[in-house]
Design a protein around this ligand. Structure first.
Ligand code: SAM
Ligand code: SF4
Length: 339
């Protein structure tokens, strides 16, 4: 049974015993940046608006998931804050009684501070891959570094927990690993180094990967061994957490490529066009939105989707499979999944 009950509460459990209580919802495929590692150079064909979930549909689907035991919802995209009715969506989801959070490129957060507060959002993941203005322009293909930095300061002034997502690409920003960590000396932020992952059209190849081991090596070259603390990871956490002694902030590594954390995975993803993906790397999806629009129950589709979840990375168990372009190019590009 995939939808099982515990203390009369339904829960979404897969065939490998993993309970899924964390839903990531992409609310748009649009974005105000063009990050090279996320978006194919030729751009993407946007799904027609009529096939994108409305605010009502997002709320209905989210409520169903909450009734199935989901305790945490993350909004993502594309860039979630470019959606015109983002405030309405955030406000509605803020009433569902779950932890609500968001991954954003941060450029529009100044317009949403009050909305976040009233929806109970206390923590945000902000994407920032470089501390150098010119490089920011190169990787995002837009010149908005100063605006983003101002918004990070604004979030900190307003006491939000700020986690900074840094996708590391060899030869581009791996030389900034220590600069990012030094930022945590006086700023209470968590730097999250993310291993560059292969998706359709993002020109991934292994030589661009900066591994968890390489990151730690650089850290050990710059800081005394006894000052590098390995701090506790939360259950189901994808991040391996560290801190430099006496620094205000911390840093972590998300090693999806070299050290997948599939055995404790509790995440399930809903794309902006209403497809359920049981893994970031899965090639198969279930069309929840179509079912909802037919007026039918979405429970059988959720059950079918979770039942087909592989134990590891969408079924690509070894590195040769995972790094095979024939396999990863069958998946969506990251901008259409939502991270
Ligand atoms: N636009 C928002 C943002 O940039 O934060 C949310 C969507 S974005 C797809 C979500 C996260 O996925 C970002 O932190 C981004 O850096 C990360 N990401 C995108 N492509 C990636 C890749 N190929 N490998 C690793 N992380 C990636
Ligand atoms: Fe847009 Fe985020 Fe992708 Fe960058 S990483 S192109 S900001 S969706």
């Amino acid at each position: 049974m995939v939808l099982t009950t515990e203390n009369n509460m339904l829960k979404i459990e897969d065939l490998h015993g993993r309970v899924h209580d964390y839903l990531r919802i992409s609310i748009t495929e649009n974005c105000n940046l063009r990050c090279t590692y996320c978006m194919p150079a030729e751009g993407i064909n946007l799904t027609p608006k009529a096939h994108i979930m409305t605010a009502d549909e997002i709320e209905t689907i989210a409520k169903t998931f909450v009734s199935l035991g989901v305790k945490k919802i993350r909004l993502t995209g594309g860039e979630p804050l470019v959606r015109k009715d983002a405030k309405d969506i955030i406000t509605r989801l803020g009433k569902l009684g779950t932890e609500l959070t968001m991954t954003t490129n941060g450029l529009l957060v100044h317009e949403y501070i009050d909305t976040f507060k009233s929806a109970g959002i206390t923590s945000l993941n902000i994407s920032l891959d470089t501390l150098q203005k010119e490089k920011y322009k190169q990787i995002t293909r837009r010149d908005h570094f100063d605006a983003l930095w101002k918004n990070i300061e604004l979030l900190l002034e307003n006491n939000f927990t700020v986690k900074i997502n840094v996708v590391l690409i060899k030869g581009f920003n791996d030389c900034e690993i220590i600069d990012f960590i030094n930022l945590t000396k006086h700023l209470n932020v968590q730097i999250r180094f993310i291993e560059f992952m292969p998706f359709n059209g993002n020109q991934w190849d292994k030589s661009k990967l900066v591994t968890y081991a390489e990151i730690l090596e650089k850290v050990q070259d710059s800081f005394n061994f006894e000052n590098i603390l390995r701090t506790e990871d939360k259950p189901n956490d994808t991040a391996k957490n560290h801190k430099i002694k006496s620094f205000k902030g911390s840093f972590s590594v998300i090693s999806s490529v070299t050290n997948p954390f599939c055995s404790t995975c509790n995440r399930i993803r809903l794309t902006a066009d209403g497809k359920l993906k049981n893994c970031l790397f899965s090639n198969t999806e279930n069309a929840l939105l179509d079912t909802l629009r037919k007026g039918e129950s979405i429970l059988p589709s959720i059950e079918k989707n979770i039942k087909s979840k592989f134990p590891v990375r969408g079924g690509m168990e070894d590195d040769t499979e995972f790094q095979n372009p024939k396999l990863f190019s069958k998946n969506r590009s990251m901008i259409k999944i939502g991270g």
